[in-house]
Design a protein around this ligand. Sequence first.
Ligand code: SF4
Length: 274
Amino acid sequence: MPSSRTPTQASVAIVLGPPLPRGTTSRGVTNVTRQPTHVGTVIASPRGNPQSGANVRGNQPPQRHLPPSAVRIRFALLASDAHACTRCPRMTPGSAVLGNRNGPLTARVVVVGEAPGRFGSHKSGVPFTGDQSGIYFERLLPHAGLTRRDIFIANAAQCNPRDDAGRNDKPSVAELRNCSSYLRGILDLLQPRLVVTLGRVALDALSLIEKHHIELATQVGTAVPWHGTHVVPLYHPSGRAMARRPFAQQAKDYARVKSILNSPPVPVPSQGRG
Ligand code: SF4
């Protein structure tokens, strides 16, 4: 569905007096100051300008080696834009889970989940907390030799999709497409060494950014070159997925992430980047 929101095409000024973050909302989104000026401009919308680092770059490769201050500023704008987003009719406006609580912007691993859960991150703003998936995830993460301080957790859809009965639902293909620019913006800004996907939906979301042919069942726990980095597909830590991939097996999958991270980085082929 097209957005009912007016696209944020205008340039916005970033006040660089005191460095960002200037403030944080209750959901962990850094406030930024926007003014209609052409002085010292950066762009808020992932749809608005090539400087945003998101999908408006079209097929340009991700920008490399941005200074940390620029990453902070652009992420704050991306998060602010996501919170104002109304592209998906069934999502609650302002409920996007994207902000400081997703993890450090210096993380070498970006974990991509499915979507915020209604009892978990939709309430807390902290991905994978407060529900069964969060409990499993926190038990699995140490097997990868990682803590939450080492990872940034993104989602295929930034808002919580619900069915007609108000229960958690999978994001639709249209919703994944709507939200693809935010996920791409995150990945292109953070430039992680590894992208770890949790479940099939996360893999589908990556394929909307750059087509891949990763099969979860056969390639789980392996590092696959994609979009200038490597993807390690894992199963989602939900109770439903545990029935197909029991906890002990998933723990071994996470341990493979640890061994990949402990190995020298493998150069990524430059061909086929989106
Ligand atoms: S899921 Fe993504 S595209 Fe859809 S309303 Fe939320 S932020 Fe916007």
